[in-house]
Design a protein around this ligand. Structure first.
Ligand code: MN3
Length: 200
């Protein structure tokens, strides 16, 4: 049973004018797809081929002989999660328990956005900014390259891809502008709330 590339949960043009169809075509159809192909090639005929993506990530993370497997498996997971964290006409504000928890944890939604943007903006090189649940508490973390917070026992609620391929066609070097746009106009808060409901 091979690992598969899930389709984007929206059309290529749905995130315009913020993220272009061209970016999504390259990012999903080329970058995300190649991580899936690489993972299948690297796990072919091995016991890992029949495990879940999460199991592959957790079993390969601290194994120097499986660095390629970890990188590709985590990138498959990270991208699928990132697509789901955005939607057409996204942004706005979270509601209900998630909104209360964000206010209790960060003081306000604006302060959350400020800290999330800071985390993504200061991740040197490639990586991700995340909102996670850690022992019942909300935390913002940043990770390099393919790294994923599930290997630290955290439950991801939200992520922004800060690899240059995520924003360069639309924002060039202006990563902070991309992150501000992500926070203001792209987040699918319903999806984030679903992750929070599962994590509690
Ligand atoms: Mn990416």
């Amino acid at each position: 049973m091979a690992f598969e590339l899930p389709p984007l949960p929206y059309d290529y043009k749905d995130l315009e004018p913020h993220i272009s169809a061209e970016t999504l075509q390259f990012h999903h159809d080329k970058h995300h797809a190649s991580y899936v192909t690489n993972l299948n090639n690297l796990t072919k005929d091995s016991p890992l081929a029949d495990k879940s993506l999460e199991e592959v990530i957790k079993e390969s993370v601290n194994d120097s002989a499986k660095t390629g497997i970890f990188n590709n498996a985590a990138q498959v997971w990270n991208h699928t999660f990132y697509w789901n964290c955005m939607k057409k006409d996204g942004g706005g504000s979270p509601t209900g328990e998630l909104a209360e928890k964000i206010n209790a944890s960060f003081g306000s939604l604006d302060e959350f956005k400020k800290q999330f943007k800071e985390a993504g903006g200061t991740q040197f090189g490639s990586g991700y900014a995340w909102l996670v649940v850690d022992n019942g508490n909300l935390k913002i973390v940043k990770t390099p390259n393919a790294a994923n917070p599930i290997t630290s026992g955290h439950t991801p609620l939200l992520t922004a891809d800060v690899w240059e391929h995520a924003y360069y066609l639309d924002f060039q070097n202006r990563r902070p502008d991309y992150l501000q746009t992500f926070l203001d106009s792209l987040i699918n808060w319903e999806y984030v709330a679903e992750q929070y409901a599962k994590a509690k």
